[in-house]
Design a protein around this ligand. Sequence first.
Ligand code: MG
Length: 334
Amino acid sequence: MTLRLAETFVIARSAADEAEVVHVELRHAGVSGFGEAAPVERYAESAASALAFVEASADVLGDDPFALEQIGERLAERPGEQAAKAALDAALHDLCGKLCGLPVWRLLGLRRGGPPTSWTIWLGDPDDMARRAERVRGRFRRLKLKLGGRDGLDVERVRAVRSVADVPLQVDVNEYWTLEEALDALPQLAGLGVEYCEQPLPAGDPAAAELKARSPLPIYLDEDCHTLTDVAGCAERAHGINIKLAKCGGIREAVRMAHAARALGAGVMLGCMVESGLGISAAAQLASLCDHVDLDGNLLLEQDPWPGVELLDGVQLPADAPGLGVRAAGRVAG
Ligand SMILES: [Mg+2]
């Protein structure tokens, strides 16, 4: 399915008007579970590759939707295509919840709630970013600014938004600073009340440990942190991690990562791609485990084809309904 964005979304490495996702439907005992794959181009995934993975994986799912760990192990033997794995994992959780008559957050023993989501102010000129921040005043309790313009204006961008917004600000550089640029910008951003900085340096940059030691702001890693095996290394080189289902392969791995990060003293952020409510609902089930939540993917769309997640006082709340609690617009539940 092609998701149309309400506005062109610009970050340091790319711009997009739409996103291609893959929807998965699994049936068991007359009940259907649904999940969404939002493949990440940065990691060489596409809708075509995700679809091919899903179709080729039907034979390893077995016939017990509750055997989540075993199914996950069998899928993990096949390399890559994390978004496709996340779609299968979400569809299995949706199915289990519907079979039990429980929302997934209850099935996981979690509460329905979490920190307010940030709203993404995509990369643009400082004035333009400030105007866009002004337009959502009162609707969101956090703003996340995309930086990495490589034009010397990143601090100006934050200053411009700060002049019109009194909510906490977060910034995401998407790997576009050097150590020197980061050491110059971060103290200024700290002075502007920025809470933390996401992925300032390229993934794998050996300067990350030095930046962690010298940064006045917490550093969170996104492009550096994919699955559980990345968490310990990231906790050494930063203050927190950004978990996304499309990177880690699903709800179970995300829960493992959140607990591992806690054990290592690292902060936990939950992020997303451009996704419909079907993808966002899977992540929203876990929000209560996290310190920071960035789940605005469905809100960036012209129209969400999978309504059910409710934006309430800035929090993306999963429905109090069986499974993931979302339904294709205009479709009767399966
Ligand atoms: Mg990011």
